[in-house]
Ligand binder design. Structure first.
Ligand SMILES: [Zn+2]
Ligand SMILES: [Zn+2]
Length: 342
């Protein structure tokens, strides 16, 4: 089968690989759609290299169809439509045996750190326990967006966002836009999107943002102060990975509010944690979205959440290699590039 491998930082290619055989508790899935994520580009670019085992097969936002099942698998059969969690659990550690696989001590992140081979290939292997069946009315493209949306809903749900709250979302990538859409569903009153592309900020407005701030033209702290009459946001979601915006988040969150952190930072500087203390802020993190796929699926089934507008282009597996390499080039109108298998 065809598969994309990041051989080492700076080297990525389309390879020919064996189709794996499912062990007794595993399921082999034919991949239909896979989203390209900023993390995939980051791994190619040499970020997080100390946490990565190369060669790595990326692809953690995928949907597909069951092709073959192992001898112990009874819940799935060939033809079932599925998505996979972005982390694979071990099934035997203390947390897994307490039915808390989302805190598995031996989690393998799919296509990223401690890697379980990802889905940028024709057939991906998964433990049956880490798959989720898809309802009929969720298409494969929408389904491949469940993973980024699960990250966003983890931030919004756990903050928590209450009806009437003011929310700031720093970053206008797919998770940021999903966070905006979800904040609206959760009843936020003011939703402030912060980014640097007018195209993406315009889409944020369509998805529910009541206010937008373009960092190229506006002072973020002043703009948020004006929108909130000086009070600050109840919840600030940081997705940009820019430590200056992290500082702006801290400064612009109201006393007693919540900072929801989802970004990776490649550079660190002295974040003003004194302000976190003075303002009595709570820090919540939301990496991976594990355990939140079902919430996203229910919102998609009911029609409340439709993320298809964030797909800005569709490519073949062959063309995905150059898309990953060039993901950050001319990206002002690029949000989610979706690999669609033919
Ligand atoms: Zn991702
Ligand atoms: Zn475990």
């Amino acid at each position: 089968m065809k598969a994309i491998r990041i051989i080492e930082p700076g080297e990525i290619r389309l390879c020919e690989e064996e189709i794996p055989e499912p062990r007794k508790d595993e399921v082999l899935c034919r991949v239909i759609c896979v989203g390209i994520c900023g993390t995939d580009h980051g791994i190619y670019n040499g970020e997080f290299s100390d946490m990565i085992t190369f060669p790595l097969r990326p692809g953690h936002e995928w949907s597909g169809v069951v092709e073959r099942v192992g001898s112990d698998v009874t819940f799935y059969k060939p033809g079932d439509r599925v998505v996979g969690e972005s982390g694979v659990s071990c099934g035997v550690c203390t947390e897994c045996t307490k039915w808390n696989k989302f805190h598995c001590e031996n989690t393998l992140s799919v296509g990223t750190v401690n890697s379980w081979d990802g889905a940028m290939c024709e057939y991906v292997l998964y433990p049956a326990r880490d798959l989720i069946k898809l309802p009929d009315n969720i298409g494969f493209e929408q389904a491949a967006l469940i993973e980024p949306a699960a990250n966003a809903i983890m931030a919004i749900h756990d903050a928590p966002v209450y009806p009437g709250d003011t929310i700031t979302v720093m970053g206008t990538g797919s998770i940021g836009i999903a966070a905006v859409a979800l904040a609206r569903i959760y009843g936020a009153h003011k939703i402030i999107s912060v980014g640097r592309s007018d195209y993406k900020l315009e889409l944020c407005k369509k998805m529910g943002a009541t206010h937008t701030i373009n960092t190229r033209r506006e002072n973020v702290r002043e703009a948020i102060a004006e929108i909130t009459s000086g009070a600050g946001a109840h919840v600030s979601v940081e997705l940009s990975g820019d430590h200056n915006l992290l500082d702006d988040c801290i400064y612009s969150t109201k006393p007693g509010g919540v900072l929801a952190l989802l970004a990776f930072y490649t550079e660190f500087h002295a974040t003003n944690f004194n302000d976190v203390l003075f303002r009595k802020l709570t820090i919540k993190t939301a990496g991976g979205g594990w355990g939140y796929f079902d919430k996203v699926i229910r919102l998609m089934v009911s029609g409340q959440l439709d993320l298809l507008p964030i797909i800005t282009s569709r490519v073949s597996l062959e063309d995905a290699v150059s898309e990953i390499v060039n993901l950050k080039k001319d990206n002002s109108e690029k949000i989610k590039v979706m690999i669609c298998m033919n």
